[in-house]
Write a protein that binds this ligand. Sequence first.
Ligand code: LLP
Length: 429
Amino acid sequence: KDHFNFAGGDTVALAKKYGTPLYVVAEEKIMERCEEIRETFLEKYINTKAAYASKAFLTMAMCKIIAREGLGLDVVSGGELYTAIKADFPMEKVMFHGNNKSWEELYLAVENNVGRIIVDNLAELQLLDEIARQQMKTVKILFRVTPGIEGQTHEYIVTGQKDSKFGMPLEREKIYDAVRQTIESQYLDLTGFHFHLGSQLFQKDIYTDAIDVVLNLIHDLKERLGFKAIELNVGGGFGIRYTDNDEPKPLSYFTDAIMEKVIEGCQKYSITTPTIIIEPGRWVVGEAGITLYTVGNVKEIPNIRTYASVDGGLPDNPRPALYRARYEAVVANKKNAPLSMKTTIAGKCCESGDILIWDLDTPEIEAGDILAVLATGAYNYSMASNYNKLPRPAVVLINQEGKSEVIVQRESYENLLERELIPSHLSEE
Ligand code: LLP
């Protein structure tokens, strides 16, 4: 058949069975990435850990996959934590991040014994100390620091620079103060440091530069306060392929460089090698997902452009509008047809910026065609909205045998209004 196949699933049949727009996620592709993490990092180097950054794509089914694959989970909100709790994810493998965690969120985390809380700032440190005391529990924490290294990516997703809402700048006296507070606290156990440099990164140098900066800090802390850091979390950010313009490196390109630098740096600063933690999100799931749409109106503006509108867009994938992100797509029911024209794929929102792909090479395109947009596994479902009151798509998981199953149901119109109330003075009677 002339149909585009994804991970053993006929995408045209999937669109017909489940309707569109539809997120399709391939379990096998996630497993392959997890295996690569095990082989090129966890099993290759001792004292290493990996956590999946769940903000990229989180459902209870995803928690089950990640738990089975032996990775930890990075969460950044009460909602993500709650999802992990409900999926029975092993709590000792959860790391809780965020630059503004609330009392309720921290309480929930301590109550459920999450493995690590990554403390962003001094106010949070005090709040957490109180919560841990209330519950009479010892909480293992890391400090998030900003090593002052800038990644080359979209300005909205760089995070490691000094001028940042995340983490503590590496000013020695302030860090010493914070570390002293944890040494004095009966309830906080500081294990080390965390940084995250940015997302969709392709160069190893910024990781190694940042590692050197933080190992230097760890050395100074040992000298000054006799404090020994035993963990260093170097964040995520490893880039993937969205279009042919992206040239992603294998994971080992990063992990080998990271470990080489850690070993070299620990010798240079004569400190004990800490446990190294990575937390990729996009890299695990980005290429494991696609989105299926049905083409509706096709509009040719003579000598300028042809627009093909699909039944979703900005609400299910805000990344083109938000980051000028680029995607590739195929007309799934015409896989082998010659690419004879350029088509601009438009979303259905009342918003000129709702264009998914500009000037895509396509076969002759017409209403009823099924379009598969590739590499939408990360930051699509998780960033989806109901703009224009569009119900959010279902998510279907294709398992290793190529069988498909719904893991998130499509929203109904009813769902959209479930939490709405009409005040009495506005009701008729
Ligand atoms: N660790 C921390 C502390 C993070 O802040 C992030 C991402 C990650 C790990 C995972 O980064 P990844 O491996 O997925 O690159 N919405 C944006 C991406 C924002 C990423 C924020 N932090 C996008 O759609 O490109």
